[in-house]
Design a protein around this ligand. Structure first.
Ligand code: ISE
Length: 322
């Protein structure tokens, strides 16, 4: 490729952003980290110090507007995504946005609408499982017809532990959201209703945390997906899926326990970021989940949060814009 090296601003260098900054610096071709920003200045300084040629920006909006930034990797807390995504759109800067797209379905819809007004795709959402070799292969097996019509999927999503700030709602919006996207990706259709059941919580979780949770999705084509999300197992990171079709079944992730999601999805993150960089350099900006996918996931999570309160199935409300 003859296009110049992509100069990326990494906004938010907590666990995920710092991991991406290191990835871009050491494993991604055609890009470098030009600017680092974090609300914790010491964290930004520490990450920038490890990246030759990177500078620290005190204000993320200045970083987005800056002439020495071609594209943005957004890894701040979701609560500030809306403002920063709108700024990226304003300045026509392609952005790889870690999930969630924004903190809620309404604000996500606003971002999707603004992007579609510009008639240029600029936002890719960081649902990395779509780049994981196991998920890619499972999708290929479903699409090949080998399993017949898929009918049901059983999923498991377990973390050894989560930060103390994790509440019951975040189990839906931070963890279950990946199964939401995986379902939409694998089956190629929308989720129309969500029910969240509340089994007896583990005594190893902080008091009041509803962990584990069981989610049941129904899709537009009548398929059912059940998910066990359990984020304080104390054991390790486990992500499994079994798709059951009319003519056979296929599994991924069984007997595979890693320390955390960086170990489990390291390859997926590398492929995701490399393909995004290549797409931006080629002028297409997006090669993976779009802002619409981020909005659709947010709409399912919004229904999930309502079901978490009542235990009843809740219909997903999706706006018509595409
Ligand atoms: C975390 O935020 C992630 O995105 C991981 O992929 C997920 O497995 C984990 O449960 C979340 O806390």
């Amino acid at each position: 490729m003859s296009t110049p090296e992509l100069r990326i601003a990494v906004l938010g260098v907590g666990m995920m952003g710092a991991n991406h900054a290191d990835r871009i610096t050491r494993r991604i071709n055609g890009a470098r980290v030009a600017v680092v920003n974090d609300y914790a200045a010491d964290r930004a300084n520490a990450v920038a110090a490890a990246v030759p040629g990177a500078r620290v920006a005190a204000d993320p909006l200045d970083a987005i507007a800056s002439d020495d930034v071609d594209a943005v990797l957004l890894a701040t807390p979701g609560s500030v995504h809306e403002k920063l995504l709108l700024a990226c759109l304003e300045h026509r800067k392609p952005v790889l946005c870690e999930k969630p797209l924004t903190a809620g379905a309404d604000t996500s819809l606003g971002v999707v609408r603004r992007e579609s007004e510009l008639q240029t795709p600029l936002i890719q959402v960081g649902f990395m499982r779509r780049f994981d070799p196991d998920y890619v292969q499972l999708k290929a097996r479903i699409d090949s017809g080998e399993l017949g019509q898929p009918l049901v999927m059983h999923c498991v999503h377990r973390n050894a532990a989560v930060p103390p700030s994790f509440d019951s709602a975040m189990i839906v919006t931070d963890s279950l959201v990946h199964e939401v996207d995986a379902t939409r990706y694998l089956f190629g259709e929308e989720i129309v209703s969500v029910q969240i059941l509340r089994p007896r919580p583990t005594s190893h979780a902080p008091a009041g945390l509803q962990d584990p949770q069981i989610a049941i999705f129904s899709t537009a084509g009548g398929r059912h997906v059940d998910v066990e999300v359990f984020v304080n197992t104390g054991v390790g990171y486990e992500v499994r899926a079994e798709v059951v079709g009319e003519s056979g079944s296929a599994t991924i992730g069984f007997e595979r326990i890693t320390r955390d999601f960086f170990d489990r999805f390291g390859t997926a993150y590398d492929v995701e970021v490399q393909r995004w960089v290549d797409a931006v350099r080629a002028g297409v900006n997006v090669d993976g989940p779009t802002a619409w996918d981020g909005y659709a996931a947010a709409a399912v999570c919004a229904a999930g949060l309502r079901s978490l309160e009542t235990g009843e199935p809740v219909a997903v409300e999706l706006a018509e814009i595409m």
